[in-house]
Design a protein around this ligand. Structure first.
Ligand code: IVH
Length: 677
């Protein structure tokens, strides 16, 4: 094909593909690809048409702003167009936006920007005449939208009447109808119960609800609204800045996000963005970025707009939380307790701010349900700090002849039989101690930073130690023959000395760390600390009955049984005795003392940065003293420990009347036990 023809063909394919997605998205409310992938296709077409204007057609999807008006709703003409926003995907693009603005305006100094969260919902225009809500409409293609008044009237956050004794003759408020995360969960839970189709995300659910023809159904959906701007305003006297405009909207009874603020210059924008990245996961609604708008209305006028977006505003988008990748294979990982986890190996992709090349499939039931196969195109999702997962398989892109992945009958590490008890999701290797994978994992856990903290003993080295037969149980670590270590790969005199010193140093530990290091099923760091605090001495814990174990806060029947079973094993008691003979020890009375600690039984929440210790150290100290650490403030929190640059937890604690400790006060609490180092 000649180059011109192949460009034409590429543009035509992109147009057809984008239109097909538009239809699925706007008409069927059933998107099949992540937003980021849609944006990528759209950007490719925009770029192609910009470089080769002859490729542009009148019906190209680049020629309109939003969706088509749907049949079933009256059309509404927007006298003031509902524009869209340009996007910045990197800091550099944001910096360029600010530079362009200053150049156009011939400004030396900084521009003030109104910084706002970019809510992920549906743009709506509310028309108030003499203070009464008379019409609500969607954006549609920017000039013609749909009349959704009856549905919007069911949203409690939207005032039906403005709070003003002398309301403006005409006021159009622009804003976003959205579905809070909680509402989304409730809605999908209800859908599951009634065997209905699930919504892909809160935005789709909001869009679907707003365009629901039956207002009663729309009313059953817990939608909310935030205002962020103005449409037609008749003869109203307008505020000189956007931020003052938002304040006016608030005073008229319209909800405006509390996260809106004015920032100075591009540095202010970058800092705001960074703060919102941190806040995002904790917000009660989804945001997909932040919006920066020139605050001064006169400057805005000067900058004007291009066809579909104003020059004075930009959306700095967060890294996409959902992107496409290809499954290169499915591996089986053997965990410390023999549990076998299928893991999809992916073509590396940048998602949620990190590069991801593996996604856990959790267990074989999940693998069967999702039916992920090598060669599949999949939606990879990583939100916040959550581990990456495969959200969906694009069946329409599945290659011919692909094969279903089955549970292995033999352990991939040791060849022992794999069993999966009826009704249980977890498949396990039956190899126990003969399984080198289990042994390796157990040792890696034992040596890990939050357990025995043996610096330099990583997975690679453990693999060698196990393979060479030098280490079978954790006790072997404390009697390593230095001479033999020199035979291992990449181990010189210096690294051997360093390793032996780290192992020797780990002998002095705490009972809580030691219990955690043992890797008893179900006993994480917090439970280990609780057991240590309750029993104080290992011997008392070893002899505890299941009933006695259940007296420990947070220990239920399952963990009590697991702990009891662990200590009932002769083999385990022997390894512990050996470890102690080899010098592993801890202050015997630490646990007993912690019962008298002012933090015993208390729940603490941490926010901001502490100057004297890391977050992890602070958490460990609280647990050692018998306290609990929680990630969020609630009415049950005992204290909020507040460091530098606290997050939203501080305001929440103040609102709930939870006492707030500064760092000095917190240290004093630790000190009261004389345990502070
Ligand atoms: S201002 C002329 N502010 O993002 C400027 N939009 O991608 C128009 N959005 O259609 C929009 N939060 O639906 C603006 N604080 C905010 C926003 C916001 C969410 C949505 C809105 C708009 C889309 C553009």
């Amino acid at each position: 094909m000649d180059p011109e023809a192949s460009l034409h063909a590429r543009a035509a394919r992109l147009r057809a593909e984008i239109e097909a997605h538009n239809h699925r998205y706007y008409v069927l409310d059933q998107p099949s690809i992540p937003d980021a992938e849609y944006d990528r296709l759209m950007r490719e077409l925009v770029d192609l048409e910009r470089e080769h204007p002859q490729l542009q057609t009148a019906d190209s999807p680049t020629q309109r702003v939003g969706g088509e008006p749907a049949a079933g709703f009256e059309q509404v003409h927007h006298r003031v167009a509902m524009l869209s926003l340009d996007n910045a995907y990197t800091d550099e693009e944001l910096i360029a936006f600010d530079q362009r603005n200053r150049q156009r305006l011939g400004m030396e100094g900084e521009i003030s920007y109104s910084a706002e969260p970019k809510l992920d919902g549906v743009a709506i225009s509310l028309r108030y005449e003499r203070g009464m809500l008379v019409q609500a409409s969607t954006r549609g293609d920017g000039t013609t939208g749909e009349d959704v008044t009856r549905n919007v009237r069911t949203i409690r956050a939207v005032p039906l009447r403005l709070r003003s004794a002398a309301p403006p003759v005409l006021l159009e408020v622009r804003g976003e109808v959205y579905l809070p995360k909680k509402g989304f969960e409730t809605l999908n839970a209800r859908a599951v119960a009634q065997g209905e189709r699930l919504f892909a995300n809160p935005r789709n659910a909001a869009a679907g609800s707003i365009r629901q023809l039956d207002p009663q159904l729309a009313a059953a959906r817990p939608l909310a609204f935030y205002a962020y701007g103005f449409g037609e305003t008749g003869d109203m006297v307008m505020s000189p800045t956007h931020s003052a405009g938002l304040a006016l909207l608030r005073s008229l009874g319209l909800p405006v996000s509390g996260l809106c603020e004015v920032v100075e210059g591009v540095d202010g924008c970058l800092r705001y963005y960074a703060r919102m990245v941190d806040k995002r996961a904790g917000l009660p609604y989804e945001i997909d970025g932040v919006v920066f708008k020139v605050d001064d209305e006169a400057l805005r006028k000067e900058l004007g707009a291009v066809s579909r977006a104003p020059r004075w505003a930009i959306a700095r988008k967060f890294p996409a939380e959902e992107v496409l990748s290809i499954v290169e294979g499915v591996d089986f990982q053997v965990g410390r307790t023999g549990a076998i986890t299928p893991v999809a190996r992916l073509k590396p992709v940048f998602v949620g701010g990190v590069t991801v090349s593996n996604a856990t499939l959790h267990n074989f039931d999940e693998l069967e349900r999702k039916d992920v196969r090598p060669g599949d195109t999949v939606v990879v999702r990583r939100a916040g700090d959550v581990i990456p997962e495969i959200a969906a398989v694009l069946l329409e892109r599945r290659p011919k002849g692909s094969r279903v992945v089955h549970m292995p009958q033999q352990c991939p590490a040791c060849g022992s039989d794999v069993i999966k008890p009826e009704g249980q999701a977890i498949a396990r290797c039956t190899g126990g101690l003969v399984c080198s994978a289990q042994r390796r994992q157990g040792l890696a856990h034992f040596a890990s930073r939050r357990a025995m903290d043996i610096d330099g003993l990583g997975e690679k080295l453990i693999e060698q130690l196990v393979a060479s037969g030098l280490v079978e149980s954790p006790a072997d670590l404390y009697r390593l023959p230095p001479g033999r270590l020199l035979d291992l790969e990449r181990m010189g005199e210096k690294s051997v000395a360093g390793l032996l010193a780290a192992i020797a140093g780990s002998r002095q530990t705490s009972l809580a760390r030691f219990l955690f290091a043992l890797g008893i099923p179900g006993v994480g760091e917090a439970t280990a600390a609780a057991l240590a605090a309750h029993f104080g001495q290992l011997e008392r814990l070893e002899q505890a009955t299941e009933a006695g174990l259940q007296e420990v806060p947070d220990v239920g029947p399952a963990i009590a049984a697991a702990v009891h079973a662990f200590f009932a094993q002769e083999h385990n008691r022997e390894v512990i005795a050996e470890l102690r003979r080899l010098g592993v020890s801890w202050p015997e009375d630490a646990g007993v003392r912690s019962q008298a600690s002012p933090l015993a039984g208390k729940t603490l929440v941490l926010t901001g940065t502490l100057a004297h210790m890391t977050r992890e150290e602070a958490e460990a100290r609280i647990r050692e003293l018998g306290g609990k650490v929680s990630g969020s403030v609630s009415g049950r929190s005992s204290y909020l420990v507040c460091g530098e640059n606290p997050g939203s937890k501080l305001a929440r604690a103040q609102a709930l009347g939870v006492p707030v400790l500064g760092e000095a006060e917190f240290l004093a609490y630790l000190d009261e036990d004389g345990l502070k180092t």
